[in-house]
Design a protein around this ligand. Sequence first.
Ligand code: SF4
Length: 332
Amino acid sequence: MNRITYSRAQDVDDAVHQLGIINNAKLIAGGTNLLDLMKINVMQPDHLIDVNHIGFNTITAEANGWLNLGAMVTNADTAYHEAVVRQYPLLSEAMLSAASAQLRNMATNGGNLMQRTRCYYFYDTAMPCNKRKPGSGCAAIDGFNRMHAILGNSAQCIAVHPSDMAVALTALDAVVCVSGPGSAREIPITSFYRLPGEDPHIDNNLGPDEIITGIKLPPSGFSKHYSYLKLRDRPSYAFALVSVAAALELDTNHKILKARIALGGVAHKPWRMPEVEVRLEGKLAAADIFRETAEMLLEGAQGYGHNNFKIELAKRAIVRALEQAVNKQAES
Ligand code: SF4
């Protein structure tokens, strides 16, 4: 049995302060991932700082048209919030495709962004894993790697990021608001996550004493033409083999004015290539154009045996998601 201590943070400054002075402490809110990891000794904090009472538990519209999702708002309350459903249906759709109703009722927005990979070997303390134990090796590269990454990998880790919410937020150009010792900053979500490189134990660019306080969404929510396509082994309560968040702005002749495409289940971070999206501008929204786009997005993709199928699966999913986005109004 591992002994742990517990404290409740009074506000964000208190949480940051405790994080800075207590050795091997972790923040806990919904606990839907952290407690699982603690039970199997994958994460072994000595102390838990409860942040459920520090505020940041509302969704608020800002004067400049942005929407701020508090970090402590649950995934369920976010996905069903009137402003999210109306202005950012892509996000709502992605969040409702994740986990189960019970988990969405407990999991917070901040916690969702911080969830760890579901690589089987990361969860198995008998196996080498550079993310769990730096320098121990990677059991997935020559192991059973059906769920693993095909883009942006390193020789140290081929894990994928598991969050559906993060994929939609990436397509929507969301910004992560964080507080640290004496200061606050905003990190575009496209810079929040990182590729594994030589240090795959680091999932993101959040500082060690920083805490997520909110997620901001820009005014443009692509609410007319969007699709979150999630392909998985069973229709619910499963992580994506491949997912696509597609958002389009079209003129009346189906010419593309703007395009956003983010992929999940394929890399250590939600995968996005703005330079490919720009090439769609001014083109007609048609299957052959979408296939060209898919080829560009998957350029350089590499399988490791069991996950080779993901390369073609991702290409087809991109085409289908973009077609669904075009036809969204007709469907609804
Ligand atoms: Fe660990 Fe990453 Fe290898 Fe999985 S893929 S075993 S998380 S190092």
